[in-house]
Design a protein around this ligand. Structure first.
Ligand code: XIL
Length: 320
């Protein structure tokens, strides 16, 4: 029974999001992160609300603990995430809402944030999710404080600042509902083209891969064909947050369908030419964002609450 990182070999990064609290408190979880994966993403502790809870007071302590663990485990780290509309510190959102922070100041705050954070981890982050979820499901730039206050140029700015702070990190666009070919992934293709035309340092396109068995999946060949469009522009691709949720309770049919969902994402990545990074958004149902975010849904991960392998885990082993 070989762990995923052993089966993946040298070409493929096989990663997981890591829950810092679970990593600290649960020895079984901690051990499994190390044995099973050769890449990690901080599930929350590199997000803005965590690293700058009070304005000007940076706190990278939790993220640094994960960095140390990754080094010990011989793991790469994906940085997540620099500009997003969620998990922003209250001082920032309230400052903008009240009018205390105007657009000029906000742009400086975003620049400072990116340079501070990317600079803090300089040389130690393999891929950064620079811009997260910046397009909505209709294919329009998402209506966020960034777009409203700074205009569409904030995306190019974010990549430029990140590149300045760590010229070796691969800089990614990242979103959900972009695994297949759709209005949303078309819009990303147009955005990527536009950024590259302006010589913006964008290096990768990440599809999060949040699936649900009740919605059905793409085919692996569609995922690969979608990724190929971005690769043709010169970008790398990645699956960055794979999980496959289901309406609870679980049963055999749903667990088999879930295995197929994971299989599509991994095969899609492996069929593509420049997808060398496949990350799951947590690996055990013991710790998952799904029940807290999708009412009545759960069991989205590869292992159950007792760390026993589900059909999805066996399927990934079989594909690798
Ligand atoms: C989620 C985390 O898993 C939760 O713990 C947190 O409460 C909210 O954010 N897309 C992303 C991730 O890019 O950062 C999100 O992570 C899940 C959706």
């Amino acid at each position: 029974d070989r762990p995923l990182r052993e089966l993946a070999g040298r070409q493929l990064l096989i990663g997981t999001a890591v829950d810092h609290a679970a990593y600290t408190s649960d020895a079984t979880y901690r051990a499994r992160v190390g044995t099973e994966f050769n890449s990690i993403t901080a599930e929350n502790v590199m997000k803005w609300e965590v690293v700058e809870p009070e304005r000007g007071q940076l706190d990278f302590s939790a993220a640094d603990e994960l960095m140390t663990a990754a080094r010990r485990n011989g793991q790469q780290v994906r940085g997540h995430t620099l500009v997003w509309h969620n998990q922003l510190p209250a001082w920032l959102t309230q400052g903008v809402e009240s009018g205390d922070i105007d657009a000029t100041e906000l742009r400086g705050i975003l620049r400072r944030h990116i340079i501070d954070e990317v600079g803090h981890f300089r040389g130690r982050i393999h891929q950064w999710d620079v811009a997260n979820e910046v397009i909505d499901d209709n294919g329009q730039l998402r209506d966020t404080i960034w777009l409203r206050e700074l205009g569409p140029g904030y995306i190019a700015d974010a990549f430029r600042w990140a590149h300045q702070a760590d010229p070796r990190a691969k800089l990614f666009l990242n979103d959900y509902n972009v695994e297949g070919i759709s209005a949303k992934s078309d819009a990303y293709l147009a955005l990527a083209r536009d950024l590259l035309r302006q010589r913006v340092p964008v290096h990768g396109f990440g599809a999060q891969g949040h699936y649900g068995v009740q919605y059905g999946f793409h085919s692996a060949s569609e995922v690969a064909a979608n990724f190929a469009r971005f690769e043709k522009l010169g970008l790398e691709t990645a699956v960055t947050e794979a999980d496959v949720r289901m309406i609870m309770p679980t049963d055999n049919v749903k667990l088999q369908a879930q295995a197929q969902g994971y299989s599509v994402l991994l095969q899609g990545c492996l069929l593509a030419r420049r997808c060398n990074s496949f990350t799951v958004w947590g690996f055990t149902d013991k710790y998952s964002w799904v029940p807290g975010w999708f009412e009545g849904e759960g069991a989205a991960n590869l292992l159950d609450e007792n760390f026993a392998a589900k059909p999805a885990y066996r399927e990934l082993q079989a594909v690798l």
